[in-house]
Design a binder for this molecule. Structure first.
Ligand code: ATP
Ligand code: MG
Length: 348
């Protein structure tokens, strides 16, 4: 039977990139899953503290993320939805994997990370902040591997930015199995059709929750007016015509891609490619393109916002407490199975 696992950091309200690259896929997998498929979706708060966080913010963001997942259509009866820190086995397996994972591989990846993601995702950090980056940021791919392996995931749906970390997770499983016996399962990666939604303000960088410029992303809780405003002010270029060429025209191509990604509502995935959408819009101005994109986004995520506020308030917050508590119990049970194999294999 399949086991599907994925996670999202409680570092803010999810944006269009999170939705199209991850959450929409999570819901599709849930709705199309065979009865014996297990689905686990984690709000990964241990990962969230790799950059400084205030405890009160983190607590609020976790609740907001939980309400967001429910608002997107994840069903807590069908899917196991839980806070990572409620399942101590994640951290325990991380330590064990740290003792068989290759430092070289990790530092090559971190170098990759510092060259690509760090330059992309955290270019806004000043030199002092960069110099004080913490050990946890270096080793968090090991925690990510533990998240996946502790639940015996067979399939992990993610956006393109996580592909390399998933390769590393497979490597962690192989290294562990080689040393201690065949107890862990190397997972398959499912990269969503929306590989990478780009920032509206710096379209060569991916859209990100933790980027300080709120105009760079559209949140699932933005009002239609906010969505129109952000798309209207999205950075494009000086050619007032529509085409799809991500290298030469990253801003315009990102908008065209968004239109393509919302070109359906049957739960199966986009019906048009960006090139087809661009061809249809031959002769349109950028202003017309932006209006079309705004309409499509507003229609595409409509309803999520109202459901979000409903879940946040339901039973004075008790509903969310109950959902996460039941999720934690089921997730602990699931991880106990793996630790029951791993601990004796190691000698504990
Ligand atoms: P942070 O800036 O805090 O890292 P994030 O926006 O990168 O936030 P994550 O919680 O790190 O979000 O990632 C959650 C999921 O969303 C992952 O599967 C990731 O691949 C996907 N994802 C994140 N950003 C994008 C994007 N711009 N386009 C497509 N998928 C994305
Ligand atoms: Mg991220």
């Amino acid at each position: 039977a399949q086991v599907i696992f994925s996670g999202i950091q409680p570092t803010g309200i999810p944006h269009l990139g999170n939705y199209l690259g991850a959450l929409q896929q999570w819901k599709r997998l849930q709705d199309g899953a065979a009865p014996d498929t297990k689905l686990l979706y984690s709000i990964v708060d241990l990962h969230a503290i790799t950059l400084p966080q205030q405890a009160s913010n983190l607590r609020q963001w976790k609740r907001e993320m939980l309400a967001s997942l429910l608002a997107v259509g994840l069903d807590p009866e069908r899917s196991i939805i839980f806070y990572q820190s409620s399942v101590p086995a994640h951290a325990e397996l991380m330590w064990i994997l740290s003792c068989t994972a290759s430092m070289g591989y990790l530092s090559r990846m971190t170098q990759w990370k510092s060259k690509l993601s760090l330059a992309e995702d955290t270019s806004f950090l000043d030199d002092k902040a960069k110099a004080s980056l913490k050990l946890g940021l270096f080793s968090y791919p090991v925690l990510q591997a533990a998240d996946i392996l502790v639940h015996r995931a067979t399939h992990v749906p993610v956006g393109e930015d996580q592909r390399q970390h998933l390769e590393f997770a497979r490597e962690c499983a192989t290294n562990f199995n080689h040393t201690f016996g065949p107890h862990l399962i190397p997972p398959e990666t499912i990269v969503s059709p929306a590989k990478r939604v780009m920032s509206l303000q710096q379209p060569t960088q991916k859209m990100s929750k933790s980027h300080p410029d709120p105009r760079s992303r559209i949140l699932l809780t933005d009002t239609p007016e906010e969505i129109r405003k952000k798309i209207a002010s999205a950075l494009t270029d000086s050619t007032n015509a529509v085409s799809y060429d991500p290298q030469a025209r990253p801003g315009v191509s990102n908008l065209v891609q968004l239109l393509a990604l919302f070109s359906e509502d049957n739960g199966r995935g986009p019906s048009k490619s960006p090139a087809e959408v661009a061809a249809e819009l031959e002769g349109a101005t950028l202003k017309e393109l932006k209006a079309r994109v705004a309409d499509a986004v507003i229609a595409g995520i409509g309803g999520i916002r109202d459901r979000f506020y409903d879940f946040m308030q339901r039973d004075g917050g008790k509903y969310l407490d109950d959902v996460q508590e039941r999720g934690a119990v089921r997730a602990r049970e699931n991880s106990d199975r793996t630790m029951g194999l791993v601990r004796p294999a190691v000698g504990f």
